[in-house]
Design a protein around this ligand. Structure first.
Ligand code: TRP
Length: 73
């Protein structure tokens, strides 16, 4: 069921949050990781994680391509 796909997130500013959301009927945050500028996190979708939310300015690389998240300011 899980593809074990990796997602690479590179922070373009300090304080980027990478948030893991739970799999199943109950969708909630289960983990928040704070990245400073230049830091990289490599994460997977797992039995516990069905969605990943990125808050802040970052480059996100997936098998679907690369996308930039932005800061509202
Ligand atoms: N313990 C979590 C899990 O196995 C760790 C995790 C995996 C995670 N992917 C993530 C946390 C993405 C935040 C974002 O599901």
């Amino acid at each position: 069921m899980n593809s074990n796909d990796y997602v690479v997130i590179k922070a373009a500013e300090d304080g980027v949050n990478v948030i893991g959301l739970t799999r199943g009927t109950d969708t909630r945050f289960h983990h928040s990781e704070k990245l400073d500028k230049g830091e990289v996190m490599i994460a997977q979708f797992t039995d516990h994680t069905s969605a990943i939310k990125v808050r802040g300015k970052a480059t996100i690389m997936t098998s679907y391509g690369e996308i930039e998240s932005d800061n509202k300011k």
